[in-house]
Design a protein around this ligand. Structure first.
Ligand SMILES: [Zn+2]
Ligand SMILES: [Zn+2]
Length: 184
C-alpha cells in the first residue's frame, strides 16, 4: 500500500508538472508573478528560478494536495502520496537542470533534451511536459522532435551543445544553429 501511494504521488507529479508549466507559467492562470521566473528562464536558458519562489509554490501546492489526499486515503497513505509528489518534483528539478547543463548519456536523455529544447526554441506552446510526453499527448500539445534549431547566442549558454563555435559532432544530426532571434 505504501509503495502504491508513493507511486501514485510520483505519477500525479507528472500531471502537476504539465499543469503548472502550461497554465501557471505560460498561460498565467494565477497572474504574472508566478510566471515571471519561468519566462526569464526562457529568455536566458542558463538562468534558473531561485529556490525561494519554488519553495513558496511548494508551500501552496503540497498542503492543498494534503487537504485532498488525507481525507480520501487516511493520514499515512495520504502523506506518503504527497511524499511521492515531492519525490517526483525533486526528480523533475534535477532532470530539468541536467537537460540544460549536462550532455545526454542515454536515449531518454537525448529524447528529453530534444523535447524540452524544442519547447524553448521551436514553439513554447508545445511540449510542456519535461519528464514525460504523456500529458502533452492527453492535452494535444505534443510535437515529435527530430531536429532542434537553436539560436547561436542561446547555444553558447548550453555548455554541452557546442564544440568550439559549431554543434558537437555527436549532436550534429539533431541540433542546428540559427542566427539569434527575439526571445518568445
Ligand atoms: Zn528549460
Ligand atoms: Zn516553458
Amino acid at each position: 500500500m505504501t509503495w502504491l501511494a508513493l507511486a501514485c504521488g510520483g505519477f500525479t507529479w507528472t500531471l502537476l508538472e504539465y499543469l503548472l508549466h502550461r497554465f501557471v507559467f505560460h498561460e498565467r492562470l494565477l497572474g504574472v508573478t508566478p510566471a515571471r521566473e519561468h519566462l526569464e528562464h526562457h529568455a536566458k536558458v542558463d538562468w534558473f528560478a531561485p529556490f525561494g519562489p519554488k519553495l513558496l509554490l511548494a508551500a501552496i501546492v503540497l498542503p492543498a494536495l494534503s487537504l485532498v489526499a488525507v481525507p480520501l486515503a487516511g493520514w499515512a497513505p495520504g502523506l506518503v502520496f504527497v511524499g511521492g509528489v515531492v519525490g517526483g518534483w525533486l526528480a523533475y528539478e534535477g532532470l530539468h537542470r541536467a537537460i540544460h547543463v549536462w550532455p545526454p548519456h542515454t536515449a531518454y536523455g537525448r529524447w528529453a533534451r530534444r523535447h524540452h529544447l524544442y519547447h524553448h526554441f521551436g514553439d513554447p506552446r508545445r511540449n510542456h511536459g519535461v519528464s514525460s510526453p504523456l500529458w502533452d499527448f492527453v492535452f494535444r500539445t505534443f510535437t515529435p522532435v527530430s531536429t532542434v534549431t537553436v539560436p547561436a547566442r542561446s547555444a553558447r549558454k548550453l555548455p554541452w551543445l557546442l564544440d568550439g563555435d559549431a554543434v558537437h559532432p555527436t549532436l550534429a544530426g539533431t541540433y542546428v544553429l540559427a542566427p539569434a532571434r527575439t526571445a518568445p
